[in-house]
Design a protein around this ligand. Structure first.
Ligand SMILES: [Zn+2]
Length: 382
């Protein structure tokens, strides 16, 4: 079955040759995009839908979330808004709630947040383990997440759980825990930060994951300057996420590497941190992604549109830069930039239609729900 979407007022493709088209159309054949071009040249299809001049763009690629959790951290958030500092240790609260949750409860939390994200235009989602922090709970988090999201990352090295010293826990993560979880995930990640794991512990975790064939991701440079970015680049990680505190040399390292700098502005706002310097990264030629970092402690939002609006209004990215970072950039951070986050023949048919004539409205009308419809792998999902 083919579906023609026609009368697209402004179509953002993220391809070099197509760019941004006006009065555009596209054809979806099953799960893939089959044709892109002007409405006037559109081929016949089994079904045609006029979008009435609305803007369309690739679905959001949310390349960084933590949805395998239970419990609530409203009180911690309220305390932070009353002046308390954010510390990595708040994760422990979610760990105990997650361990106590049933499989059905945990599965329901993941499914609810995925549905919430899709309803706002997200069509591809990565999520992480990291609230189990023992072998059975990391394993079930990976398995349950795998039935709801597109990509799963093993984040056993999220925090040293109570009752462990860091080096013994790193041995567990790199040994028995990795053995159990690796068959269920594509990526391994580590929180390389004061209060979590230092550079040598982080390097050990990444090396163990790489030896099992997993791709590498790093949480780094969130709360202060540190070794996370340097380590990610050195180890060939696909992405280093947060990047709130970067030295000139971190920016240079990123710009001369294949490692994507994934910025998480909703997290910086929710922890009252400064926002990262996106312009320094873009000017240096680094690849930038935007992601939600949806998690119950430091960034409890699934709204990629909020991240885009923040990136434009407060980080001085252009709308085009921010939208590209939240679609193609996320795809690049997941090493899938030829399949998703792009609208071209052969790509997955992930299309986000806005109830607006242009992507500029994402920043011009901040906070307004602008999603008109969402096609995810060719199926109308919202
Ligand atoms: Zn995170």
């Amino acid at each position: 079955m083919t579906l023609l979407l026609t009368d697209i007022g402004e179509l953002t493709t993220n391809t070099d040759n197509l760019g941004t088209l006006t009065n555009a159309a596209l054809v979806i054949d099953g799960t893939r995009i089959a044709w892109v071009g002007p409405t006037s040249a559109a081929p016949a299809a089994d079904t045609a839908v006029s979008l009435g001049g609305r803007a369309a763009l690739p679905g959001w690629v949310d390349s960084h979330t933590h949805l395998a959790f239970a419990g609530d951290r409203t009180e911690e958030f309220a305390a932070r808004m009353a002046g308390a500092a954010y510390r990595a240790g708040g994760i422990a609260t979610t760990v105990s709630a997650t361990r106590s949750a049933s499989d059905a409860q945990l599965s329901d939390v993941i499914a609810r947040h995925v549905a919430e994200a899709v309803s706002q235009g997200t069509t591809y989602i990565e999520t992480k383990t990291g609230y189990g922090l023992d072998v059975p709970n990391e394993l079930r988090s990976a398995q349950l997440a795998g039935s709801h999201v597109d990509e799963v990352t093993f984040l056993g090295a999220h925090l040293v759980p109570a009752g462990w010293d860091a080096d013994s826990y790193v041995d567990l993560v790199c040994g028995e825990m990795l053995d159990a979880v690796a068959p269920h995930v594509r990526w391994i990640d580590v929180f390389c930060e004061t209060g979590a794991f230092d550079a040598s512990q982080s390097r050990a975790v990444l090396a163990a994951g790489a030896a099992r064939g997993l791709g590498l991701r790093v949480h780094g440079n969130q709360l202060d300057y540190g070794p996370g970015v340097r380590l990610a680049v050195e180890m060939g990680a696909a992405s280093v996420d947060h990047c709130t505190y970067l030295t000139k040399s971190d920016v240079d390292d990123l710009s001369s590497s294949e490692t994507v700098a994934t910025l998480l502005p909703a997290c910086d706002l929710s922890t009252r941190q400064p926002l990262p310097d996106a312009q320094a990264l873009l000017n240096a030629g680094a690849t930038v992604a935007l992601a939600s970092n949806c998690n119950p402690g430091s960034s409890y939002t699934t709204s990629m549109a909020f991240c885009v609006a923040t990136a434009v209004l407060q980080m001085r990215m252009s709308v085009q830069e921010a939208v590209r970072a939240a679609t193609w950039g996320g795809a690049r951070a997941l090493r899938r930039e030829n399949e998703i986050g792009i609208i071209k023949p052969g790509a997955r048919a992930d299309v986000h239609v806005l109830d607006a004539p242009s992507i500029t409205h994402l920043a011009y009308r901040p906070g307004v729900p602008l999603t008109h419809s969402v096609y995810r792998a060719g199926k109308l999902a919202a």
